[in-house]
Design a protein around this ligand. Sequence first.
Ligand SMILES: Cc1cc2nc3c(=O)[nH]c(=O)nc-3n(C[C@H](O)[C@H](O)[C@H](O)COP(=O)(O)OP(=O)(O)OC[C@H]3O[C@@H](n4cnc5c(N)ncnc54)[C@H](O)[C@@H]3O)c2cc1C
Ligand SMILES: *[C@@H]1O[C@H](CO)[C@@H](O)[C@H](O)[C@H]1NC(C)=O
Ligand SMILES: *[C@@H]1O[C@H](CO)[C@@H](O)[C@H](O)[C@H]1NC(C)=O
Ligand SMILES: *[C@@H]1O[C@H](CO)[C@@H](O)[C@H](O)[C@H]1NC(C)=O
Ligand SMILES: *[C@@H]1O[C@H](CO)[C@@H](O)[C@H](O)[C@H]1NC(C)=O
Length: 534
Amino acid sequence: MRSFGGMLLYVLLLVLESICVTGVDTKDQVPLKPADEWTSRNVAIIGAGSAGSSTAYYLRRFAEISDLSLNITVFESNSYVGGRSTTVNVFGDPSYPIELGASIFVSVNHNLMNAAKELDLKVSGAGGERPKENHNMLGVWDGDRFVYLQGHSLSWWDMAKLLWRYGLAPIRTQSLMKNTVDRFLSLYTPPYFPFASLSSVVAELDLLQATAVTGAQFLENNGISGSFPNDIIQASTRVNYGQNLGLIHGLETMVCMATDGAVSIEDGNWRIFSGMIDSSRAHLSLNTTVTSIKRNNDDTLTLSYASNGGSVSDQTFDEVVIAAPFHSSNIEVSPSLEHIPDEVPYVKLYVTLFASPHKISPRRFNLSDQRDVPEMILTTLPPDLDLGSRKDGVGPAGFWSISLLRVVEAPAGGPHQLHYVYKVFSPERLTADFLASVLGVEAPKYFKNGTIGDISGNDISWFHEKTWFSYPYEYPRQTFEDIRLARNVWYTGGIESFISTMETSSLMGKNVASLLMDDWYDSLQTNRQLDRSG
Ligand SMILES: Cc1cc2nc3c(=O)[nH]c(=O)nc-3n(C[C@H](O)[C@H](O)[C@H](O)COP(=O)(O)OP(=O)(O)OC[C@H]3O[C@@H](n4cnc5c(N)ncnc54)[C@H](O)[C@@H]3O)c2cc1C
Ligand SMILES: *[C@@H]1O[C@H](CO)[C@@H](O)[C@H](O)[C@H]1NC(C)=O
Ligand SMILES: *[C@@H]1O[C@H](CO)[C@@H](O)[C@H](O)[C@H]1NC(C)=O
Ligand SMILES: *[C@@H]1O[C@H](CO)[C@@H](O)[C@H](O)[C@H]1NC(C)=O
Ligand SMILES: *[C@@H]1O[C@H](CO)[C@@H](O)[C@H](O)[C@H]1NC(C)=O
């Protein structure tokens, strides 16, 4: 039985919080229990990405509202907070940070938008630093030609051409996207939030029609046809998820089209997550990998963890939140979990960042004028090629995207003053030949299987390569992994097969924090009843 008074107040607070951007002033709230019923709970969070930091942040906030004492510990294998949200500095210069992982979020991403505001971080329009020196902002390359080109702003003439070419498909896509996003947004508020089972709530919100079919089927079911899906929508699913419409499910396809109000945090999106951890007053253990979770007789959980110096320690907690993809976290759990998450395959993505004095060669893209080269080159498949649900779906283009990000001043002594900074997404490591052809420079002669480091420093003045297991292959599905894997063991990663973004991981972190609060209310209520009867 739960304490309905307490529960109502708590639900009301959740509603208020989702309405007021700045949240509520916790100081005026009535404590929900006499202090003597609660001794501090010890909570471990494994992973300091979006999900783990959000769990810590909201847990602390909910606990403060209810005046509960908590001791939160966050374990993170990396030497930094942010997980798949992290930056590297061009030329090692901190005034030029570039996102290496998650780069944008959008205005309907309430958790991230609110957190940025609460943490006083500067939000700026995505892509604002592009030099805009060329005519085209965006182009979609199919390996042979550009199937779509767009200038820096969409004029009425561009709109007219779009409608002429694609008919009603763009408008239908927009309204299907809005409808789907609205359903999704119900997840943020009661009665759907908090959700103990993602599978159930997805069914209740009628989102199965989108998650249970491929993007190609979902578009077809909604009357969107012609070349618009291949030319435009698939370019977006490829740059965002490295997947074609014959593989990725309909919901994630719609997420790719929800680009209104695309923004990022100046100096790096990871600042949200770092700010959340600070504000949660959690103990943060960086360079620390959790290796096992063991259940004790009193239902507490003992974690073993290793520092990257090699020393191994144990610590016991009341609750454990696994905030990382389960199978790649390599955590041994004993006794075995009641609900073991499915083994979900992740996309292996190569991200190559580099600086160069050169602009992209028009010849590489069969253009005659340098100024026609789009600053953002996305890719799709040629119209007659359907790779279905193949994971190796890149097709003749050979890469997912090449974007010109910004112009930087090269360090003194460099051959040119201003250099362009590019980001390439590809399914394989880039070869020196590929890069040389893209920049229109001589390929290095003496290296048969050269990579970026073999190209002359005069042509590539700085680079950074990274291989990510970036997001799941979003195959159509009807059920999602459990959130509560066993008593006191919680999992955020199941949301990634539904939607994989910083925002949804953050939402799941908040959801787990909320479910934990519910659990504690339940046990407090049980204690009260015992007190009364005893
Ligand atoms: C190249 C790229 C581009 C992307 N673009 C976007 C984008 O534009 N917008 C967007 O919203 N999303 C984007 N994403 C997806 C987004 O990054 C993720 O969905 C989100 O950041 C996942 O957050 P998370 O906290 O769930 O997981 P993670 O960020 O992966 O955090 C998990 C953390 O757990 C740690 N960990 C794992 N195992 C252990 C262990 N045993 N012990 C201790 N610590 C452990 C890991 O080191 C990691 O830091 C992109 C991802 C990539 C890679
Ligand atoms: C709180 O957590 C920290 C870090 O994990 C630990 O060192 C400390 O002993 C804990 N405090 C209590 C009262 O449990
Ligand atoms: C983590 O390890 C890296 C090197 O592996 C080191 O540079 C860094 O200082 C360490 N950070 C902490 C907080 O121990
Ligand atoms: C370049 O474009 C021309 C004219 O559109 C076309 O005939 C030719 O096949 C293209 N070449 C390549 C290599 O794509
Ligand atoms: C170079 O690449 C080719 C084909 O990509 C491969 O067959 C060959 O073994 C490679 N050579 C070396 C030295 O790696």
